[in-house]
Design a protein around this ligand. Structure first.
Ligand SMILES: NC(=O)c1ccc[n+]([C@@H]2O[C@H](COP(=O)([O-])OP(=O)(O)OC[C@H]3O[C@@H](n4cnc5c(N)ncnc54)[C@H](O)[C@@H]3O)[C@@H](O)[C@H]2O)c1
Length: 249
């Protein structure tokens, strides 16, 4: 597919997992892609909490390539714990990276997109931004903030030609997920989490990238303010094996 030929895109979190897959997919669809991450190996080594660095990266992209059409904001971290045990430093770390980082990346994307009168912003939230999780606390709060920030920006910028959407992935096989589910002694948790996806497996980063490319492209020209759930059925409902138990499956 060549839906993004002639466009320029910024992908944050581009050094790993979902962001890396989004960068590959957007480039494969014809976009010039600039990657941003706190880790090495990207075009702009930037902490998404650092407004001056974010501003400079966007200015450089637009100065170099002359335009900014799409942003996929995938930089983020896991973290949290039950609230009564959660230290304020950990709350601040998770909420700052996931929620303030989204505000800063989207802010500087929007400034350039407003000047051009067009653009598509795709934030990576989570199904944990739509519902609670055991010990989710800071992570869920930060991702819920991304969902509602996305809607507010869609309201503010729709008539300015800018679409703002987010993707809510289920469990996706990336270093972030592996760090949690591959911990020694958590095999039962890992299997239960995997099996709660109705398709019987964790997702692949490329499956989120496909959704991001769609939302970034004109194929999604009438979609804004939307939270696209890409979760292999995790949030569709509970499957407890009733049909198997009564011999119907
Ligand atoms: N993997 C999953 O199961 C899953 C599910 C739902 C949502 N998500 C979300 O998808 C996004 C990507 O996660 P992933 O699974 O690919 O994880 P990942 O750890 O593979 O990639 C995250 C990237 O973000 C970068 N990053 C972290 N803090 C940063 C900062 N302060 N500034 C700039 N870059 C920073 C990391 O260096 C890393 O390259 C995250 O927002 C995550 O919350 C992931």
């Amino acid at each position: 597919m060549d839906r993004l030929v002639g466009t320029v895109a910024v992908v944050t979190g581009g050094a790993s997992g979902i962001g890396a897959a989004c960068a590959v997919r957007l480039a494969a669809e014809g976009a010039i892609v600039a990657t941003v991450d706190i880790a090495d190996g990207v075009d702009y080594v930037v902490d998404v909490r650092d407004e001056a660095a974010i501003e400079a990266a966007f200015a450089d992209v637009v100065g170099t390539h002359g335009r900014l059409d799409a942003v996929v904001h995938a930089a983020g971290v896991a973290g949290g714990g039950p609230v009564h045990l959660l230290e304020q430093d950990e709350w601040d770390r998770v909420v700052d990276i996931n929620m303030k980082g989204t505000y800063l990346v989207d802010k500087h994307a929007a400034i350039h997109m407003l000047a051009a009168g067009r653009g598509s912003i795709v934030n990576i939230s989570s199904i944990e931004g739509l519902e609670g999780t055991e010990g989710g606390s800071a992570y869920n709060a930060s991702k819920g903030g991304v969902v509602t920030l996305t809607k507010s920006m869609a309201i503010d910028y729709g008539r300015k030609g800018i679409r703002v959407n987010c993707i809510c992935p289920g469990g996706i096989d990336t270093p972030l997920l592996r760090d949690i589910v591959a911990a020694p002694g958590l095999e039962c948790y890992r299997d239960a989490m995997r099996d709660a996806h109705l398709l019987g497996r964790f997702g692949r980063p490329e499956e989120i990238a496909a959704a991001a490319a769609f939302l970034a492209s004109d194929d999604a020209s009438f979609i804004t303010g939307h939270s696209l759930v890409v979760d292999g059925g995790f949030t569709a409902g509970l499957q407890v094996g009733l049909l198997e138990q009564i011999g119907l499956m």
